[in-house]
Design a protein around this ligand. Sequence first.
Ligand SMILES: Nc1ncnc2c1ncn2[C@@H]1O[C@H](COP(=O)(O)OP(=O)(O)OP(=O)(O)O)[C@@H](O)[C@H]1O
Ligand SMILES: [Mg+2]
Length: 340
Amino acid sequence: MALFRRTPTLLGIDLGSESIKAIEAVREKGRVRVIGFGKVELPSADARADALADLLKHCNFKSKRVATSVSGRSVIVRYLNMVNIPDENLKTAIRFEADRYIPFDLNEVVLDCHRIEDAPGVGANEMKLLLVAVKREIVDEQVRLMQGAGLQPELIDVDAFALGNAFALGGPTFDMAAGKVVALVDIGASKTVVDIVRGAESYFTREVYVGGNEITNAISKRFGIESFEGEQLKRQPASREQEIAEAVLPSIEDLGNEIQLSFDYYENQSDSKVEEVYVSGGGSRVPGLEETFERIFERKTLSWNPLEGFELDAGLDHQALLECVPALGVAAGLAARAGA
Ligand SMILES: Nc1ncnc2c1ncn2[C@@H]1O[C@H](COP(=O)(O)OP(=O)(O)OP(=O)(O)O)[C@@H](O)[C@H]1O
Ligand SMILES: [Mg+2]
């Protein structure tokens, strides 16, 4: 009797600093299909509620159930090598561990943990544990924002893990990376997320607080124009691609060097190598970025399409989707939790 079965539909909402992105997905027979999407730019950070209301009004999503994600300095992620303990003792053990590793009052955070399977550099009788602590006020704020928009918050993830989840859904890039430790690098407006993964497991993550805003600033400075004009020029370089590539080169190099530090750190403490790099995020769309990164990282560096593991509903506006697809990694990974 299927009449009353709930459709496993979920709305993934990425509350970025420049724009809110939403993807609605449904899981059917193990496949995840995108049935709706939308993006709205934020005039300012305190305009989130209005922008979200606007987005929902225009998109007519079917689902009220929503997954969101957190990021930034109020989110602490730690990877701990510790004595292997059974699952039933984990909850007690992590409160003790968290006290040592989390720089916040434990009464003010929401804690979660996950056992990482088959991580490199983990000895016998040891396990690798992923510990996440998020300031409670950030979680409460998101819940209020969603409820205020008439939505029903179902889960809250971390940007980096949502990105990893979109990757792990499969597709040509995931297949190409099979069995290898690779890095996902998502460049937003205000920050860049680095997630070092193998398959569906995250082995290391870090946020670098540099992104597309920095690149726009470099363009505006170089050409002596206002930042909104720099933004326009970056998005529509027309015949000035070469000039722009030159103007942004130092910023891209700085970002690349900063990311390289994360690779070095991970490689030193795990004794395994980051083999390839997959770049996404709205901020990655500047001429010359992949080539510069590849030169700095000295490993294969490619852009990937975060929706490549999804089926796309025939009714979608494919042209509009294509226009914003690089920035949809987090929203896609959140929506992919539909029915999971
Ligand atoms: N067509 C384009 N060409 C070049 N850059 C673009 C284009 N469209 C968007 N961007 C840049 O992408 C960035 C926004 O990307 P994204 O939507 O991933 O960020 P966000 O999620 O809002 O920010 P954050 O993750 O830092 O909070 C901006 O810096 C913007 O300038
Ligand atoms: Mg973002």
